[in-house]
Write a protein that binds this ligand. Structure first.
Ligand SMILES: Nc1nc2c(ncn2[C@@H]2O[C@H](COP(=O)(O)OP(=O)(O)O)[C@@H](O)[C@H]2O)c(=O)[nH]1
Ligand SMILES: [Mg+2]
Length: 590
């Protein structure tokens, strides 16, 4: 599907929005829903991460895809910070910091300057051990690939000097649509890479493999590297049918720079660019457009149904209308009763989820306590008799953020899934209840009823979150009298160990409490939003059906003159919208 038809779909939805807008304020909610859909369509992105150990050629590969030396690539390791490549008309870099300092933005007049600037932030030589505290960088570049909504991500190399990098990469992967795992024959695949692959393979929906630097190899060598790597993937990593491409990113980049199409093909990069990135991103865009068209179709169906109800209540005799309103109200009482039952059950589930969180936090506290104690004990053993508080503090400064960042990410994910599951169970019942109102209206007025095909959940998704937290690792000073005491060494060690064990308990408790609190807030918020959404949807649906009918009834009682012209207006609007709705069908049947 082409870019043009996305634009056409946007234009069509805009046109529908305008027509709904013209129907007046009663239809404002539907107009807004359509506006959101259009925004979604415009903002649609495809995220592709490039993974692999440092020096495999990840940055070079990305440069080849972009066609210029945008990212610094080096013989020296390594890219320690994730870089997001996004589209903009101008060359721009945005540096984001871990501690929430203000972003740093800079615009460049040429790629060379931008590359040099980036070097100061994303490479080990420019920013050793990430002393500058950079969280990630965004690089804006005017390439057609990025313009189509593809976001490329250069990830920190695994096995880098910073331990938490692997964690960062993990977190990135949860937001990715696909990833390329880059290896090369110099040296062949390492133990570290295999470990990493085992970790990531279930995180990514679409994982592809690239053997880079084939310019070092002749045909025969290339075949044997390919066969060897495939064997490892199948047997050691348990990937059934791995998709592997062989490229020379360096030759690819050279080809792009010298506009040599023959060389570009020979580099193998055209497979990566056309058959992979291009194909995948278009496939996703198509699926997304279909979902948007479906949802748009439902919104119009709802508007048309309401127009039909209004038309019918203008045509019907007053006594007849009165009778239907009474029957409608009867049914509404029933539906509201069911809603209270759902609300009670939801409250129960919320309590159980919170209890589960407390239990999990308790378990984590014990685990953290044990690990911190073990770490300190072993270290005291190692240092003894020269106990150095500074060194022990250093050990903890290293251990605590890494440990808790990993735990937070795992626990947050567990709760996101759990809360998501609990709520989706209710989502179906809520949907049914709302539909019961619409169905009643349709039956009472003998008009066609459209069951929505796209779920409302498409609109109100339960968004996972990510908290950037700082973890406390600071020890209270151990009394000098103890550190320098003249006690027999055995007793001194026992006393010190006891002191440190108490501190370990405090550190574990405080850090786990912070983590529990963050997850609790998120859980509460998810339930609150859900209940609020239930109330609101119910109210709106009642207003749109029962409310509208009673309003017409009252108008007719007052014997307003405008009834006939209003009837015509409504009929025209209905016919026009039906026509536009027909046009949406071609996107749905893609
Ligand atoms: N011969 C050869 N060298 C390459 C190729 N791709 C990258 N390199 C070199 O490998 C080194 C590391 O590349 P880089 O892109 O920085 O790797 P990264 O750490 O994975 O991002 C650089 O010196 C590149 O020039 C390739 O296809 N062939
Ligand atoms: Mg790199």
């Amino acid at each position: 599907m082409s870019v043009l038809s996305k634009q056409q779909l946007i234009t069509l939805l805009d046109q529908i929005e305008e027509n709904i807008d013209a129907l007046g304020v009663q239809y404002i909610a539907e107009k807004e829903k359509l506006a959101i859909l259009v925004d979604r369509l415009i903002e649609e992105r495809f995220h592709l991460a490039v993974l692999g150990q440092f020096k495999r050629g990840k940055s070079t590969l990305l440069n080849a895809l972009l066609g210029d030396e945008v990212l610094p690539s080096a013989v020296l390791p390594l890219t320690a910070i994730p870089t997001y490549l996004l589209w903009a008309e101008e060359l721009r870099v945005c540096i984001k910091y871990i501690d929430g300092r203000r972003d740093e933005e800079k615009i460049f007049s040429n790629v060379r300057e931008m590359n040099a600037f980036l070097r100061e932030y994303v490479t080990e030589e420019g920013n050793p051990r990430n002393k500058k505290g950079v969280a990630c960088t965004e690089v804006y570049y005017p390439s057609p690939l990025l313009k189509r909504g593809v976001v490329l991500i250069d990830t920190p190399g695994i096995g880098s000097t910073l331990r938490h990098n692997t964690q960062v990469t993990h977190n990135i992967l949860t937001e990715c649509d696909a990833a390329l795992f880059v290896i090369s024959a110099d040296p062949p695949v390492t133990e570290l890479e295999l470990e990493f692959l085992k970790l990531v393979k279930n995180k990514i929906k679409q994982l592809f493999f690239i053997i880079n630097k084939i310019d070092y190899l002749n045909e025969q060598e290339k075949d044997s590297v390919l066969a060897f790597f495939k064997g490892i993937l199948v047997e050691d990593v348990n990937i059934d049918n791995p998709q592997i491409l062989c490229v020379s990113a360096r030759r690819g980049l050279e080809a792009k720079l010298s506009k040599d199409t023959e060389k570009w093909k020979k580099s193998g990069m055209h497979h990566v660019s056309d058959n992979l990135v291009d194909f995948l991103s278009k496939e996703k865009a198509k699926a997304h457009q279909k979902a948007v068209a479906n949802r748009g179709y439902d919104i119009i169906s709802d508007v048309i149904m309401r127009l039909n109800i209004n038309i019918k209540s203008l045509e019907m005799s007053l006594t007849e209308l009165d009778k239907r309103i009474k029957a409608f109200e009867e049914k509404l009482r029933e539906i509201k009763g069911e809603k209270s039952i759902i609300a009670d059950m939801l409250e129960g589930d919320k309590k159980r989820t919170k209890k589960y969180l407390t239990d999990e936090a308790d378990k984590l506290r014990l685990r953290a306590e044990r690990q911190i104690k073990e770490l300190i004990c072993a270290y005291i053993e190692e240092l003894f008799p020269a106990i150095d508080e500074g060194k022990i503090q250093g050990k903890l400064d290293d251990f605590i953020p890494t440990f808790f960042e990993k735990e937070l990410s795992e626990m947050a994910q567990k709760f996101n899934t759990r809360v998501g599951e609990v709520l989706s169970k209710y989502q179906d019942r809520v949907d049914e209840l709302i539909e019961a109102i619409r169905k009643t209206a349709a039956e009472l007025f003998k008009i066609p009823y459209y069951a929505p095909s796209a779920k409302e959940i498409f609109q109100m998704r339960y968004l996972p979150y990510w908290v950037n937290k700082k973890y406390g690792a600071t020890l209270s000073p151990i009394p000098k009298s103890l550190v320098y005491s003249l006690l027999p060494s055995r007793i001194k060690k026992a006393k010190l160990t006891k002191q440190y064990n108490e501190q370990a308990e405090i550190l574990a408790r405080n850090n786990v409490e912070n983590l529990r609190w963050a997850i609790l807030q998120n859980t509460n918020e998810a339930f609150r939003k859900f209940s609020h959404n239930l109330e609101e949807r119910m109210e709106k649906t009642i207003e749109a059906t029962h409310g509208a009918i009673t309003a017409t009834y009252n108008k007719r009682l007052a014997e307003s003159e405008e009834i006939t012209s209003e009837l015509e207006k409504l009929q025209d609007a209905r016919n026009l919208l039906s026509g536009l709705q027909e046009q949406l069908k071609k996107y749905i049947s893609l």
